[in-house]
Design a protein around this ligand. Structure first.
Ligand code: PLP
Length: 404
């Protein structure tokens, strides 16, 4: 029996903890950059499950690998060895230049691991009071206590205090404020090279340079949160590389499993040397299914031209968005890199998101006024054009009245 949308919604409202505000649509299948709802309607997916479905939906190669692994062995725990952690880790090291990898199950957990490893690094050296973190305004690190502590938005944080401390948030327009915030008690600076949930906001050049400069001068560790920007999304393996950072730790998630939940903390040799057996762990982290999927994605990215493809289609997307901005005064700004773009409007983006969905395009809102575009990394120029044409039509109808 096929359930209707109303059946699904009603049943969820009775049984599922109501922490999410969902859009009124239920998807049952996908193919490449397209999704299909319970009624068979087709949508172009410029959300990718929030930057996760990096290879698009129902990728035949990934599906075959997952099916093979499901029929062979899914999980054994970290009590034992298996072949795929080292395979995925080797590729992550080759991409990042960081020597060692800890596998977990999400971006949040990757940030938790990085925060722990940073503290552990100083603790091992006897600097037991070097426990603070410096983060950036509009940062998003996740919802567990540690990751939440380095998340800026008060409405995520306020009901859950007291959180981890001390954490200082710095305005990225002020390199001087950064210099003042970093003290001899700071374990690490944690920052996204482009803040994703915070509105697709790249860091100003002076600020990202100041981060690297201060870390070099003071020995403070740099944690690059590349959960959203990493693994090809911006046309670079890591956006840290584009802005001249040399992080000690990088957190990744989202794109890594192309839909199979997996995250990782990438760790420099210097930090790894201060971590001991038993310092961190996870029952599921790095299981056979997750790391085989990750290894498959990384192989596509590195050996099958996916990274070069993102650069090409990312430039195309940027050109289309710049043209759109010239046409629609409601667009205040276009930001981002590669296939991670934000269209900042002079109005609330919610009606644009709704209208786009009704016209068969999935985009999402972040930071109130920003239409966020995160299509699958495999999308082609024709589908980008099709999506931007819908956005164009929606902006014509929704945004007719622009506030002065
Ligand atoms: N860090 C960044 C930059 C993110 O964008 C996100 C999620 O949006 C996270 C961390 C948390 O990742 P997850 O939701 O997989 O736990």
């Amino acid at each position: 029996m096929t359930l209707s949308f109303d059946d699904i919604q009603k049943s969820e409202s009775q049984h599922v903890l109501q922490t999410y505000r969902r859009q009124p649509v239920a998807f049952v299948r996908g193919k490449g950059p397209r999704l299909y709802d319970v009624d068979g309607r087709e949508y172009l997916d410029f959300v990718s499950g929030i930057g996760v479905a990096s290879l698009g939906h129902a990728h035949p190669g990934l599906a075959a690998v997952i099916a093979d692994q499901a029929g062979t062995l899914l999980h054994t725990s970290n009590l034992y060895f298996h072949p795929f952690q080292a395979e995925a880790a080797g590729r992550l090291s080759a991409l990042s230049g960081l020597a060692r990898v800890f596998f977990c199950n999400s971006g949040t957990e990757a940030n938790e691991a990085c925060l722990k490893f940073a503290r552990r690094h100083w603790h091992t050296q006897g600097a037991t009071d070097r426990v603070g973190f410096v983060a950036v305004e509009h940062a998003f690190g996740g919802r567990t206590m540690g990751a939440l502590s380095v998340t800026y938005d008060e409405h995520y944080r306020a009901p859950f205090g007291p959180l981890l401390g001390p954490v200082t948030f710095v305005n990225p327009d002020s390199p001087d404020a950064l210099a003042a915030a970093v003290t001899d008690r700071t374990a690490a600076i944690i920052a996204e090279p482009i803040r994703g949930e915070g509105g697709i906001r790249p860091l100003p050049r002076a600020f990202s340079d100041a981060i690297m400069d201060i870390c070099r001068k003071t020995g403070t560790l740099l944690i690059a949160d590349e959960v959203q920007t990493g693994l090809g999304r911006t046309g670079y393996p890591f956006y840290s590389q584009a802005i001249g950072w040399e992080p000690d730790l990088i957190s990744v998630g989202k794109a890594l499993g192309s839909g199979v939940p997996v995250g990782a903390a990438l760790v420099s040799e210097k930090v790894a040397a201060t971590i001991s057996t038993g310092d961190h762990g996870s029952t599921y982290g790095g299981n056979l299914l997750a790391t085989r999927a990750a290894a498959f994605f990384l192989e596509q990215l590195m050996d099958h031209g996916l990274l070069a493809h993102v650069k090409t289609v990312g430039d195309h997307l940027e050109r289309r968005l710049r043209t759109l901005a010239l046409k629609h005064p409601v667009i205040r700004d276009v930001r981002g890199a590669g296939l991670m773009r934000g269209v900042d409007l002079r109005i609330d983006a919610a009606p644009v998101i709704d209208q786009a969905r009704l016209q068969g395009l999935l985009v999402n809102r972040t930071s109130e006024t920003v239409v966020r575009l995160l299509p699958p990394l495999t999308i082609d120029a024709a589908d980008i054009d099709a999506g931007i044409d819908v956005l164009d039509a929606v902006l014509m109808t929704v945004a007719t009245e622009v506030p002065a």
